[in-house]
Design a protein around this ligand. Sequence first.
Ligand code: ADP
Ligand code: XUL
Length: 520
Amino acid sequence: MHQFLGLDSSTQSLSAIVVDLDTGETVLDVAANFGEALPAYESPAGFLANPDPLVRHADPLMWVEALDYLFEKCRADGFDWGNIRGISGSGQQHGTVYLKPGFADSANWDSGQPLVDQVRPLLTRQTSPIWMDSSTTAECRELAAAVGGDEYVMAITGSRPIERFPASQIRKLHKVDPDTYEATARIYLVSSFMAFLLSGRDVPIDFGDGAGMNLLNLADGTWDPKMLDAAAPGLADKLPPVAASNTVTGELAPYFCEKYGFAADTPVIAWSGDNPCSLIGMGGAAPGSAIISLSTGDTFFGAMRAPRTDPKGYGHVFGNPAGGFMSLICFKNGSLTREHVANRVGMDWDAFSGAILDTAPGNNGNFMLPYIESEITPVILEPQLKLIGDDNFTSWQDPAAAARGIVEAQAVSMRLHAAWIDETPETLLATGGASKNRGILQVFADVFGARVQTIDVSNSAALGAALRAAHACTDVDWPELFADFAAPAADVAIHPAETTAVYADLTERFVGELHTTYGV
Ligand code: ADP
Ligand code: XUL
């Protein structure tokens, strides 16, 4: 049997997808939500409460414990891990994990003890800043100043200095807690940390996820010495090497074979970021398709014909795990903000979808600024959910208009801020938790004037990881893997309505309101 496992350690859950190349079937598709499965970590949405709304950290031990939890749950449910012939994974991007000297020698995990108890003593930093952290604006400015401006950082790393990226986060650690920084021998991304756990040895950072650090020279695929120096002293020694995304990082540690029945020589392939993995899972490795991922946050991305940067500084260039580059734009106010509105007007997701489908594009002139969290695109540090329109709407007395209002604002903002990518997609491929919601997808179709399609699984990041494992371990090529596992479900295409004028008008008013309220 040729089965390949893709894991996805995302913001809110650890999930697993297994593809079987002999049958063309997805034979496992499971998830463990951190808040529900591991309540002791007090992270209902995957991160720890913090008095500073700009600080977002998570406990990395929660990600470790989730591995044992999910492997054991599937084993107990009768899934046979012994047929897996390769494993790769996907991690929420930009989060960092900090380990002590000797971390690699200690990774000879003992299957008689829980993994979490063996990893705990290896951490120098008990919490990990994640992609939702916006607390490093000062460090971003310092990075730019140290290397001669944002332009250098953009030209070398593909993004201007970004709050959630590791360069500014590591700089902040060095400033506020130099002892912990000095005590750290290895800094991993979430993706490489998880690959380290599975491999039981030091592993590289893959080019796809490494591009989201403000530290990598995209042109030659090596750490940029100027950016390293600007971030913190001695950083070069604390980072692992960079490697192609299809690198085999080792064989699965005996811990997992003894405990869960994996085969002894199962290869582990470098993990990558969730968006690069999703690009693969949506069959988007070649330029031409645009993908919208409606997860904890929302992202818009696609393989690039040639690297280009966003003149406004919001967009990013990451590595495409299949080779070349991908563009990406990220919005922090995604599902959690839609959830906030749905809860406030007392709707479940079916009602939310129905309300959107029952209301008119343009929402009778009602719209909003859609921010309950500080925002990344555009940068907004003092969020507000600002309702603009008639009295019923602004006093929250019109639940259906509230549902449409939040999604229209998000879709308009996404289209507006993705303009630099300079592609006019006829089809948007949708993925992520909210891609199950018909009403939400209809709004994105209307605002972009594009058909929206989905694939059978909503977790394309885990699927992409599984396909990356299959690609690295067999001679099956991408087109065949995409045809078997990532073909859009043709019968559920959502077609745009004739709404060009409505949304041109809404976009203009949205831009005006952003400018008046935030000066951006
Ligand atoms: P992540 O990968 O960032 O952990 P997911 O892609 O799993 O997140 O998406 C989780 C989010 O999906 C939840 O916050 C939830 O609000 C949202 N979600 C789940 N089902 C629906 C639905 N039917 N309609 C809209 N949103 C949904
Ligand atoms: C992308 C980003 C998020 C995270 C979490 O730049 O910050 O999409 O990868 O999903």
